[in-house]
Write a protein that binds this ligand. Structure first.
Ligand code: GTP
Length: 416
């Protein structure tokens, strides 16, 4: 859980900074006039950029999140702001439109984010449009036919004891926002992706903005920022895909190559490899092999002493220690080796457990029931006058790793 939080926290940085900047500007009324005039355009501009980015990376989920935030803003302006402020006539009473908007936004965003991209791009777009448009159309039709009843249903305070007046929102929409925020947070914890973090912040920002639909440039500014967060999430995800290893979440080979180009004059590099992993895979199956690789990666990711872990490929990992010699890096590596040796991975994949109950019981017997462990070997080398490029240091670390394997595995060898 702790290593998961370490992945999740950075995902919030950009969206929270944007939200905080928006709030700061609004509270202290700092929006310069030329920029304020740009606000109405910026909603469209950011939505266009976000939509195009999402579309070109085939992220239909992001595309619809951007679209829904944009439609929410337009509906708020046309169906609530205009009739209330400019007293233009409206087919549905603006109070009811407001209630419907504040209910539909969290509902549709949640359906959209629970729905993973599974189909062909156009098929997915069409299905989403139909499934997300349908509840909205039904509610609009009911609103035309029974406006008073629907308004009463949405605006009624069902539980006065837990009503939060400060939210300035009826209980059903508030509950929809709360549930949506909860579901998104669970999705984020289970699957740390920039999309969920950005959508969470965008959702909360939109929720806080809705009651201020009449307040100058506030709706346009907050909507622009929400769309910008969702657009940045697409870029962040593209970056993740290119630089992060999908299985372990560690930076991958490409990120390592980038890092190697920026190392200074002194550094140590360790190559580490899971011991007898082929046999492990053959015994427990590839899925449990994957679970073990994730555990190894999570442990290596905790490296201290200024080191950084990368997945080199397969069951091989690289640790880079800028400014350290191999001897200086050794104690930090030793700590990792010990932690991995001691770690018991619980086997969650029931399919790969022994099928018959008797064998299963035998396997589960004893204190180590349903868990497995592995060891790793490491080879370390440092930059010297003979090894003066990162590639040469990696080759030397690989040679040392081979020595560690030959010497019995579950140990660290220094290149000499
Ligand atoms: N489950 C799983 N296995 C992988 C993955 N990548 C590589 N492997 C397996 O890792 C194993 C590596 O085997 P070897 O390099 O021969 O290592 P070994 O001989 O078992 O062990 P040592 O001699 O101790 O290095 C192969 O069986 C690969 O299929 C992965 O992403 N997931």
């Amino acid at each position: 859980m702790r290593h998961r939080l370490a992945y999740i926290f950075p995902l919030f940085v950009a969206p929270l900074l944007l939200a905080a900047a928006g709030l700061f500007v609004l509270v202290f009324d700092l929006l310069p006039t030329p920029l304020a005039r740009f606000m109405d355009v910026s909603v469209w501009l950011f939505a266009l950029i976000g939509g195009l980015l999402a579309f070109s990376y085939a992220r239909t989920r992001n595309f619809f999140a951007v679209l829904m935030v944009l439609v929410t803003y337009l509906a708020l302006m046309q169906l609530v702001h205009q009739p209330v402020i400019n007293r233009t006539p409206a087919a549905i009473p603006p109070e009811l439109s407001y209630l419907l908007i504040s209910f539909l936004l969290p509902l549709l965003l949640t359906i959209n984010s629970l729905w993973t991209e599974r189909f062909h791009l156009l098929q997915d777009l069409f299905l989403r449009l139909a499934f997300l448009g349908l509840p909205a159309l039904i509610l609009v039709a009911v609103a035309h036919r029974f406006p008073a009843e629907l308004a009463d249903f949405f605006a009624r305070i069902y539980f006065p004891a837990i009503h939060v007046e400060k939210l300035r929102m009826a209980q059903i929409p508030a509950l929809a926002f709360l549930l949506s925020a909860l579901i998104l947070m669970i999705q984020l914890i289970r699957n740390p992706q920039p999309y969920f973090a950005s959508q969470w912040v965008a959702l909360v920002s939109m929720m806080l903005m809705l009651p201020y639909f009449h307040a100058g440039h506030a709706p346009a500014l907050i909507t622009s920022l929400a769309v910008l967060m969702l657009s940045l999430a697409v870029l962040h995800e593209a970056f993740h895909m290119a630089f992060r290893d999908d299985l372990t979440g560690l930076p991958g080979r490409r990120a390592l190559n980038e890092r190697l180009q920026r190392l200074g004059r002194n550094y140590a590099i360790a190559m580490s490899d899971v011991d007898h992993f082929k046999k492990f895979n053959d015994t427990y199956g590839h899925d449990i092999g994957d679970q073990v690789l994730k555990m190894v990666a999570a442990q290596l990711n905790k490296v201290s002493g200024g080191g950084k872990a990368y997945r080199y490929g397969g069951e091989e990992f690289t640790l880079v220690f800028p400014g350290k010699t191999a001897e200086e890096a050794r104690p930090y590596l030793e700590k990792l080796r010990e932690a991995i040796e001691a770690y018991q991975v619980r086997i969650r994949d029931t399919a790969s457990r022994p099928a018959d109950n008797k064998t299963g019981k035998q396997k589960r017997h004893g204190s180590q029931a349903d868990s497995v462990s592995v060891t790793i070997s490491m080879g370390v080398a440092e930059r010297t006058s003979e090894l003066n490029s990162p590639e040469e240091v990696i080759k030397a670390a690989d040679k040392a790793l081979y020595k560690a394997k030959e010497a019995g595995r579950n140990r660290i060898a220094l290149f000499k």
